[in-house]
Design a protein around this ligand. Structure first.
Ligand code: FAD
Length: 323
């Protein structure tokens, strides 16, 4: 029998993020002859309809409300709650992102749903849906199922491949409005101050060049940034580098930082502590540059370069510029 699978789109600055398409692909694996319904919050959602349909959405709910353009926990909670009440889904999926991580547990607690967070894959085994997620800081994976009720899970970005673009696919749309009363919002956003970044989101980057304490200073990140620019990569960091004040905590990768799953991860001057590895060990190819041949990072690296990063990184950049 078909299921009603509801996907909450992850949208920032008016753009639907990649993890939404990955969640739709997961939804299609389990939907049977049911429906994949995608909820898009905020103004100008209509411009997303075509692309969401081409990647597998059957029905799109548009909540065109300016109060949802900027993320506010209470506003999103009220909107998600309203959508769930209307749709009454069998399964709910959303990205394991800043928004998903914040709203999903509140919604699960409110409706008394079970929640399996940070899933790296979802599969149908017979009639049962199994959800796979990492445990023990990524050292092992566990498969879980729900025994009853609405199934709710968050999807780790960059793990489930999106469906191929199919321009023959179309979706129905429906505009719905939710009343978000000002007195229900315990916070308001008065101003958004954006940091200057390379523009590539670390969590969704296909290539990450990451620096550790071995980078030695803020200026030491410059050669890494140059390599990243040549590769179209995002720059990340270990907590060692962040704690030393060499870079912003927004770059921190690991157990208490961001989790990344790029195609290529280049670790420069990072020892490979378990808490760092927890955030990058699922990268498809890992390259480590470290002057200590016994650094633990080499145990998980596909390619290791024993050497001084200040010599190796500029050399790599120089050679890659020729390609
Ligand atoms: P170090 O361990 O000091 O390693 C620096 C490396 O650079 C060394 O291997 C050295 O050989 C190499 N090096 C030095 N100079 C050069 C050079 N010129 N060229 C090449 N190599 C060079 N850490 C995280 O990263 N992310 C987390 O989310 C995180 N969460 C944590 C949570 C908890 C509860 C705790 C207790 C710790 C956490 N940590 C986390 C910290 C973690 O344990 C390590 O301390 C940290 O990852 C070390 O950072 P590092 O590898 O940059 O520094």
């Amino acid at each position: 029998m078909g299921k009603k699978v509801l996907v909450f789109a992850d949208r920032r600055d008016g753009v639907v993020r990649q993890v939404t398409y990955e969640s739709i692909a997961a939804a299609r694996l389990i939907v049977g002859d049911g429906k994949v319904i995608v909820a898009v919050l905020g103004t100008d959602g209509k411009k997303e309809v075509e692309s969401l349909a081409h990647y597998g959405a059957d029905h799109i709910l548009l909540l065109e409300d300016g109060q949802l353009d900027t993320y506010i926990t209470d506003a999103y909670f009220l909107a998600w709650q309203y959508v769930i009440d209307q749709v009454k889904p069998d399964v709910i999926l959303t990205g394991h992102t800043t928004i998903g991580k914040d709203v999903a547990p509140r919604i699960a607690a409110h409706f008394d749903f079970g929640l399996i967070s940070d899933c790296t894959s979802i599969n149908m085994v017979g009639e049962e849906i199994t959800y796979t997620r990492p445990i023990y800081a990524g050292k092992a994976f566990v498969k879980k199922t729900f025994v009853s009720g609405t199934q709710f899970s968050t999807i780790r970005p960059n793990n489930i491949p999106t469906l191929d673009l199919d321009t023959s696919r179309s979706a129905t749309t429906e505009e719905i409005s939710v009343e978000i009363k000002k007195d229900r919002l315990r916070t308001i956003v008065t101003q958004v101050v954006k940091k200057a970044t390379s523009g590539i989101d670390l969590s969704e980057a296909r290539i990450v060049v990451s620096g550790g304490r071995g980078v030695k200073s803020t200026e030491g990140f410059q050669p890494l940034q140059e390599l990243a620019d040549v590769l179209g990569a995002a720059v990340g960091a270990s907590r060692g580098a962040c704690d030393a004040g060499y870079c912003d905590y927004a770059l921190q990768i690991g157990q208490t930082g961001k989790v990344v799953t790029p195609d290529l991860y280049i670790a420069c001057g990072i020892s490979g502590a378990i808490q760092h590895v927890a955030g990058m060990s699922s990268s498809k190819v890992i390259v480590a540059i470290n002057k200590d041949p016994d650094a633990p990072i080499f145990q998980i690296a596909d390619y290791g370069i024993v050497g001084d990063l200040f010599e190796v990184v500029p050399l790599l950049t120089k050679e890659l510029k020729k390609v």
